[in-house]
Design a protein around this ligand. Structure first.
Ligand SMILES: *[C@@H]1O[C@H](CO)[C@@H](O)[C@H](O)[C@H]1NC(C)=O
Ligand SMILES: *[C@@H]1O[C@H](CO)[C@@H](O)[C@H](O)[C@H]1NC(C)=O
Ligand SMILES: *[C@@H]1O[C@H](CO)[C@@H](O)[C@H](O)[C@H]1NC(C)=O
Length: 782
């Protein structure tokens, strides 16, 4: 979304535009950011200003007062003011991926150039996901929502519609934007989406009730619908990529997070993606936007294009013959807002040529104003609104929020290796410490992309210095080159060495996919030189979003400990240091598979999730990939060992009746499966059960531990998942203590996967619930 292209306006038009702007500037006073202010009595009495009326009614009233030109000027992210109705300019584009962010286009959203210069910077999403703690995800989003709202209240933001979260499945480890997502598992991505949207929009999280009659703290947007997970790889570019996706993968991998985001999260926004799916641009796909999102999932917010995605449809994808056809295609498909200016440039002539009707525009404008009304932007005096009392001094960079950012970093960081319990280091035995590597003291590398300026960033070096006074730092490699001898010298003179290596936004980010999964060559050399010179096995901290092939270090006994630090946000360096010196017991678990370099033999553009044994295509993610792994999904060590036991499972023989039995269901029964759509709702309800797992912390340190419950088939269809996640819960346990976690299992949801037609099916027979090395058998019949 970073690159706004095609902004070359012919000179004559530019002059006309500037004349209009000058003319508009003659209006006496600048408009307040809230419409319907008592200071404009001519509008305050109109129905659209009446906060007691339903939003639907108010939006209809407002649209009835607008001319066609005024409506068209609302269809773009820089929505024009309508001064005669007291409606100010509105910028739809803002970002809050992991804290209030500066969008890349400078004037969009939050500028951070007034009184407010920073906001709490939470870990990049991939690391937050590794906590497997939905309550924490919710708290982060709520904190972010409050900060964003307070900044708007202070007059230092231009909008309250956030284009976050990014919930595309992290299908291929090379994807530069994988860091923005919650990972490779559809259930995790869906749960993340629900927690995030509810937090950001100010809804309740547990119990599923919506607060405030649809009022929004901020508006969240599920992006990018759909099957978008390639930016720029070996000449394949997201602007023209035609993703070939099977119905099967669409149904049980790519769509579920969006379905949850909308159905349970109640997101008020959706962004459609740049790419085409099976030949159709997502923003022009009526089946996707209208039939699926609105009609099937019940979406009632606005749909925005990724930035300039509409112009691409005609200009780069050759999907339509004219500009007007492209604009008509997206508006008729159900898109409401264009990031860019293309739709406002061509909608008028599309109407004149009879390609587009005014009612299509009305629908879009209705959706847009409804969301602005739900944000309280048409309620006149801000004093009367629920969120206008949030003051930036109280929430932005508050100590609570900064503590939450630190907690997320602590809980997300994953201990990947700890030979002979090298970690935690003892301060007594560490008289001198060397901190080596390009990431050792790099505050910028902490935050990842789509970030704002952090309040109080702590680098690993700064964090570690709090534990060991005699800490020496050497960057090892800088832009200018590497000083291996210098780094080895520093390593050899210290008791212990912490190496901070990894990737940054030049290696993986928007428009930048990787070609290799290895660490940059010079860092591998640096690690090896330092490890050879060190007196003791070294600790390696890897900062990156997507997985890297660190098997060289995993298999090298001179490297005793490895931590994955993600992009840990402003508290990251402190969290790293607390873990290394044992003030925090690590509990994060990988939300993605870490593949070996060999995986890059398969094209990134091959969207298939399932393996194809004939051609040697290995499949993707823990659900389907059976090849060699560097580390697997859900992997993560701790300073404690945890043991599991199934203590009670309320049902182990399930009967999934289809009622009444149809010819189809009889046939399916013979074939050994049942379609979820054929199972009666009450049979699904009756089949729900509870599984209680007792968890033991066998170590002496207290710890917070995420428990992951999987479902595995005994023998099933060849194209089904190897296993799939049923749920996850975290448990806090003192040393040498046990506790129970309870999972609610809904077989119709948790045991189903898609068949070739994209229908969700459940296989009959023997299956297993799996937690750690424990299995519990479940039999399914009809
Ligand atoms: C901050 O940046 C915005 C957008 O560039 C600009 O309009 C505004 O005047 C700036 N404010 C200050 C105080 O510099
Ligand atoms: C669209 O048409 C142009 C001009 O004919 C051509 O260069 C380009 O490759 C086409 N793009 C696609 C995606 O087919
Ligand atoms: C966990 O168990 C393994 C295998 O028994 C053992 O090698 C390791 O030292 C234990 N770790 C801790 C932290 O107790």
């Amino acid at each position: 979304m970073r690159h706004l292209i095609h902004y070359i306006i012919p000179l004559t038009i530019a002059i006309t535009v500037s004349l209009i702007l000058t003319f508009n500037n003659l209006s006496p006073k600048p408009l307040p950011p809230f419409s319907c202010s008592p200071t404009t009595p001519s509008t305050a009495s109109l129905p659209f200003c009446d906060a007691r009326l339903p939003v639907e009614r108010r939006a209809r009233d407002l649209i009835g007062r607008l001319t066609l030109d005024e409506k068209i000027a609302q269809l773009v992210n820089k929505a024009a003011a309508v001064p005669r109705l007291g409606i100010p300019y509105y910028e739809w584009w803002s970002e809050t991926l992991h804290g209030v962010a500066m969008a890349a286009g400078v004037e969009n959203g939050f500028s951070f150039n007034g009184t407010i210069r920073a906001a709490t910077s939470f870990p990049q999403v991939m690391l937050t996901s590794a906590t497997f703690d939905a309550q924490l995800w919710y708290k982060i989003a709520k904190a972010t929502g409050k900060e964003g709202r307070a900044i708007y209240n202070a007059g230092e933001a231009t909008g309250m519609t956030m284009w976050s979260p990014n919930i595309n499945i992290f299908r291929d480890p090379r994807w530069g934007r994988g860091q923005e997502t919650p990972g490779e598992d559809p259930l995790v991505a869906g749960r993340y989406a629900v927690a995030f949207v509810r937090g950001l929009q100010g809804d309740a999280f547990e119990g599923g009730r919506l607060s405030n009659d649809g009022r929004l703290l901020l508006s969240a947007c599920c992006k990018h619908l759909t099957a978008y997970d390639l930016d720029h790889w070996k000449g394949v570019h997201r602007f023209t990529f035609n993703a070939q996706v099977t119905k099967q993968d669409m149904a049980d991998t790519f769509q579920p997070p969006f379905k949850s985001c909308i159905r349970e999260g109640k997101a008020s926004g959706i962004m459609c993606a740049y790419n085409l799916v099976n030949g159709v641009p997502s923003c022009a796909d009526r089946r996707l936007l209208t039939e699926t999102a609105r009609e099937e999932w019940g979406f009632d917010g606005y749909i925005v294009s990724d930035c300039d995605a509409v112009s691409l449809i005609h200009e780069k994808q050759n999907y339509t013959d004219t500009h007007e056809d492209a604009v008509a295609a997206v508006l008729k498909a159900g898109m409401d807002l264009n990031c860019g200016s293309y739709v406002s440039d061509h909608a008028k002539s599309a109407v004149e040529k009879g390609k587009l009707s005014e009612s299509d525009i009305d629908r879009a404008v209705h959706n847009l104003f409804s969301v602005r009304m739900r944000l309280g932007l048409f309620d006149g005096s801000p004093k009367t609104q629920p969120y206008t009392n949030l003051r930036h001094n109280d929430v932005v960079c508050s100590s609570d929020h900064q503590q939450l950012a630190l907690e997320a970093a602590r809980d997300g960081i994953v201990l990947l290796k700890n030979s002979q319990n090298l970690l935690p280091l003892s301060t007594a035995a560490t008289k001198t410490l060397a901190v080596i590597g390009p990431g050792a003291d790099d505050a910028e590398a902490l935050v990842g992309n789509y970030a704002g300026p952090p309040c109080n960033p702590v680098t690993p070096l700064q964090g570690l210095k709090r534990y060991v006074k005699k800490t020496v730092c050497h960057r090892g490699c800088e832009a200018a080159g590497c000083d291996y001898d210098g780094a080895a010298g520093v390593a050899g003179s210290a008791d212990y060495v912490v190496l901070v290596v990894g990737l940054n936004q030049e290696h993986e980010s928007e428009e930048v996919d990787r070609e290799s999964l290895e660490l940059p060559r010079e860092q591998v050399v640096l690690v090896e030189r330092v490890a050879a010179a060190a007196r003791n096995p070294v600790v390696m901290v890897v900062m990156c979003g997507g997985g890297v092939d660190v098997s060289f270090a995993r298999d090298d006994e001179r490297i005793g400990g490895i931590l994955w630090g993600g992009y840990p946000g402003e508290g990251g360096g402190r969290a790293v240091a607390e873990i290394i010196f044992g003030d925090h017991n690590p509990g994060g678990r990988l939300p993605t598979t870490w593949y070996p370099q060999d995986f890059t033999k398969i094209p990134m553009s091959d969207m298939r999730m399932r393996p194809d044994h004939e051609s040697g295509y290995p499949g993707r993610t823990y659900r389907f990939y059976q090849g060699e792994k560097v580390f697997e999904f859900g992997y993560g060590l701790s300073y404690s060992n945890y043991t599991y036991k199934f203590v009670s499972v309320s049902q182990s023989k399930l009967n999934l009746k289809s009622s009444p039995p149809t010819e189809n269901s009889k046939l399916e029964k013979k074939l050994g499966f049942v379609r979820v759509s054929e199972i009666g709702l009450d049979s699904c309800e009756k089949a729900r059960f509870s599984a209680i797992v007792s968890v033991g912390n066998e170590g002496s340190m207290p710890g917070k531990h995420p428990v992951l419950l999987f479902f595995r088939r005994d023998r099933g269809r060849v194209d089904g998942p190897i296993k799939q996640l049923v749920g996850f819960h975290t448990v806090r346990l003192e040393g040498n203590a046990r506790g129970d976690v309870e999972f609610d299992v809904d077989p119709c949801e948790h045991f189903a996967s898609a068949d070739e037609d994209g229908a969700m099916v459940i296989e009959l027979g023997l299956h297993f619930l799996v937690v750690g090395d424990q299995e519990f058998s479940i039999t399914i019949n009809v």
